[in-house]
Design a protein around this ligand. Structure first.
Ligand SMILES: NC(=O)c1ccc[n+]([C@@H]2O[C@H](COP(=O)([O-])OP(=O)(O)OC[C@H]3O[C@@H](n4cnc5c(N)ncnc54)[C@H](OP(=O)(O)O)[C@@H]3O)[C@@H](O)[C@H]2O)c1
Length: 165
């Protein structure tokens, strides 16, 4: 059974995206995302997939959820039309990262074992939001806090939560 982790960058007002993009540019978060997910499966919704600037993420098994089967060959990713199908495609994977967006996070909140959240300490206008977290169900197992710097314009925290048994 794979370990299932949600990974998301979330603003203090739970904003995660606007106009099919991230509301911020935070290179430290992108670096952490790459370090954590490389070598593992990444599961995402169709709209998140379409928002990737360079197509499928390299060195990761990309699984894209869609109710519409695309025509032709999918270059560098697998398609799944239900969460169940998606998990079947990664049953041999040690770790599966659920990488968004809003629709997929909502469906995964009761399934995931871990959540890797980058809290972006600012408020943003957004059209997509992370689901409300019921902190009664999660234990914070690690936290690193950072100030804004010349490359990262907002303070941010890398926090890992584990589901309570
Ligand atoms: N801050 C972050 O960490 C973060 C991470 C990822 C994404 N985002 C942002 O989130 C936004 C995208 O989120 P979103 O909610 O609009 O879209 P999404 O969750 O990426 O994709 C939604 C689509 O995925 C497919 N889908 C979802 N669940 C499915 C299921 N159970 N079975 C079959 N298909 C399913 C459907 O595609 P079809 O319509 O083709 O059926 C649905 O329309 C963007 O702004 C992106 O930048 C932010």
């Amino acid at each position: 059974m794979s370990k299932i982790s949600i990974i998301a960058a979330v603003a203090d007002n739970y904003a995660i995206g606007t106009s099919k993009k991230l509301p911020w540019h935070l290179p430290a978060d992108l670096k952490r995302f790459k370090e954590l997910t490389t070598g593992h499966a990444v599961l995402m919704g169709k709209r998140t997939f379409e928002s990737l600037p360079n197509g499928p993420l390299p060195n990761r098994r990309n699984i894209v959820l869609s109710s519409i089967q695309s025509e032709g060959v999918n270059e560098g990713y697998y398609e799944a039309n239900s969460l169940e199908d998606a998990f079947e495609l990664c049953e041999r994977e040690e770790q599966v990262f659920i990488i968004g967006g809003e629709a997929v996070y909502k469906q995964s909140m009761l399934i995931a074992d871990f959540m890797y959240i980058t809290w972006v300490h600012a408020q943003f206008n957004a059209d997509v939001f992370f689901p409300t977290i019921d902190f009664d169900n999660w234990i914070e197992i690690s936290r690193e806090d950072f100030e804004a710097d010349d490359k990262n314009p907002y303070p941010y925290s890398f926090v890992c939560y584990k589901r309570k048994k």
